[in-house]
Structures are given as structure tokens and as C-alpha cells.
Design a binder for this molecule. Structure first.
Ligand SMILES: [Ca+2]
Ligand SMILES: [Ca+2]
Ligand SMILES: [Zn+2]
Length: 316
């Protein structure tokens, strides 16, 4: 597999963030910083034909063509590895920004809806608690006041859903229901597809599929300089102990982060190893590249990122 690796020094994120309170309190500048990187890999699945999935798990509507273009995964800060962005399509312009277009409404509505799986719960948390964690996280984004984009939950379907899962050979309907599809918890081996030992370190991942036109090209129907997203798929790693409060990985916190990717936000903030050996973030944000404990509240930079993307929807 052809892999080019580009390191983006995290210091750039600090310049963007400006002087934050947290930056001064943590005094991280003397300490070692952790790079975050973007990897380019050849596309594993090529162009895929896909249809919206009906309540009984059938394909409805005309098939559309999509390509997997990126995966953003989240790791646990304890193991000192940061999350990563993998780009599967090297178009030569290092284009990281992909976004929904109001002129591409594959689920039939201009509002941004989300689907929540009901057949792939985590082993350590019951289905209702897991789903409620995801729904609370979605509502947290919905309540950001600068935007009014829907963020409503769709119908449930009684079958496992997801294109990446199906392509990797897991039992799965190869379709989508909404713009953002939370497709449940997958066995650890699913995550080895993303990185060596991915099953051990990756908590969750968001995949982005772009629309492909009849000429096999990406499209930008709203002329915002960003290729139009068809839909996104989110999966969680069942190799971890998932919790709703208490000990374990806080499901709502991770869902909030992945929902941020679902809503087109990228990782943000610099990570540092302190002299004590802890990982600190500056600034602390939902969109930090690694999980470092419960954080169910949208922070300043998360809010700014969300509003810059969605403040004018659908007139951007
Ligand atoms: Ca929609
Ligand atoms: Ca666009
Ligand atoms: Zn992430």
C-alpha cells in the first residue's frame, strides 16, 4: 500500500487558537509536543453504488455513487497516541475540508439528521444507555445557538447498517439512513483496518463518503470550495469498557466528539506531554484528537468551529 505521511506540527494549532487560558495554566511549551498527522493511502473500496435504506432494511430510491475519502479516528490519551486523519484520495491539493451541501440531500431532507444503531450495542453497556448517550450528545450540538440545521434522530431499523462494515466483510446492510449514521459497536478487529494495532488504541472512527458524479468526479454543488459529502459513518470499538458515568470510557463524550466529525469539524488543539508524563491539551476541546476523560460540554473552539461551518446553513 502506498503511504505518504505528512506531519503537521501541532504548534500551528496554537497559533490558530491564540493565547488561551489553558495554555498559560498548563505551561506546556517547555515540554514535548505530540505531532498529529495526515496519512494518504490508496482508496480501499473504489467507487461504491449505494441506496438509502428503508425501515425494514431494504434499499430504496435510485442508487448513488460514493467514494470513501477520509477516516478520522480517536485514541485514548493515556497511551500517548493521538487520533489521526487518513485521507484515502490524494488529489494533490491536500484537501481536508469536506462538507455537506444543501443541494445534495440524499436522505430526502435538507436538515441534518442522524441515525442510531439498535442492534450493535457495546458489551459493557446496555443498548438503551448507549443510544441515550448518543442522543444526548447530538442534542448538545443541536443546542448550539448559532445554527438551526435540524439534527433530528431518524427512524430505527432492526438490522446492522454500514458501508464500511459491509465492505470489510462484517454482517451489514451496505446503505445509509441519514447524513450522520451512528452504526454501533464493532469487534476490535474492525479497527485494525485503520492502523497497526488499531483494535487496541482506537476508540471510535468517523468515515466520510463523497458524492461521485457520472464522470467519476467529486462535486461541489454549492461552490464553497469543499467537495460535497454524501454521508458519514461512525463506529465504536467494543474492545473498550464503555460507560455512562462511572469508570470506563464515557460514551456520551466520545459520541459528542464523533458527532463533531459528523458535522464536518476536524481535530483541534495541541497536545503536550507534561514533565509529570500526563497528556495535556491546549486548548481543551471536544475536538481534541484524544480522549482524556469525560467532557460533555461544547467548549469555545468547538462552538466557533461549528458556527463557522453551520451558521449560514442552508445559504452558505
Ligand atoms: Ca437530511
Ligand atoms: Ca461543497
Ligand atoms: Zn476524532
Amino acid at each position: 500500500m502506498n503511504i505518504k505521511k505528512i506531519s503537521l506540527p501541532v504548534i500551528t494549532a496554537i497559533l490558530i487558537a491564540g493565547c488561551s487560558q489553558e495554555l498559560e495554566t498548563n505551561s506546556p511549551l517547555a515540554d514535548q509536543s505530540i505531532d498529529k498527522s495526515v496519512e494518504f493511502r490508496s482508496n480501499p473500496f473504489g467507487t461504491i453504488s449505494v441506496s438509502k435504506t428503508s425501515p425494514n432494511g431494504r434499499q430504496i430510491g435510485d442508487p448513488i455513487h460514493v467514494r470513501l475519502v477520509s477516516a478520522e479516528y480517536l485514541t485514548n490519551a493515556e497511551n500517548r497516541e493521538m487520533g489521526n486523519t487518513i485521507i484515502f484520495e490524494d488529489r494533490g491539493n491536500k484537501q481536508l475540508a469536506f462538507d455537506f451541501s444543501p443541494f445534495v440531500s440524499l436522505d430526502g431532507t435538507q436538515e441534518i439528521e442522524y441515525f442510531v444503531d439498535q442492534v450493535r450495542p457495546p458489551q459493557t453497556l446496555d443498548l438503551t444507555a448507549a443510544r441515550q448517550s448518543i442522543i444526548r450528545a447530538a442534542n448538545t450540538w443541536k443546542n448550539v445557538s448559532c445554527s438551526n440545521i435540524g439534527i433530528e434522530k431518524t427512524i430505527d431499523i432492526p438490522v446492522p447498517l454500514g458501508l464500511v462494515a459491509a465492505e470489510l466483510g462484517f454482517p451489514s446492510i451496505p446503505g445509509f439512513v441519514a447524513e450522520i449514521n451512528h452504526n454501533g459497536w464493532m469487534p476490535a478487529s474492525f479497527f485494525d483496518f485503520l492502523a497497526p494495532n488499531g483494535s487496541q488504541g482506537i476508540l471510535a472512527v468517523t468515515f466520510t463518503f463523497l458524492v461521485i458524479d457520472n464522470d467519476g468526479e467529486f462535486v461541489d454543488t454549492n461552490s464553497d470550495g469543499k467537495f460535497d459529502v454524501a454521508f458519514r459513518e461512525i463506529y465504536y470499538n467494543d474492545n473498550f469498557i464503555w460507560a455512562d458515568g462511572g469508570s470506563g470510557v464515557d460514551t456520551e463524550t466520545i459520541a459528542l466528539h464523533e458527532m463533531g466529525h459528523g458535522l464536518s469539524q476536524e481535530h483541534f488543539g495541541a497536545a503536550f506531554i507534561t514533565k509529570k508524563g500526563d497528556v495535556k491539551f491546549a486548548p481543551r476541546a471536544v475536538m481534541n484528537a484524544a480522549y482524556s476523560g469525560p467532557n460533555r460540554i461544547i467548549k469555545g473552539t468547538d462552538n466557533a468551529g461549528h458556527c463557522s461551518i453551520w451558521g449560514n446553513w442552508p445559504n452558505n
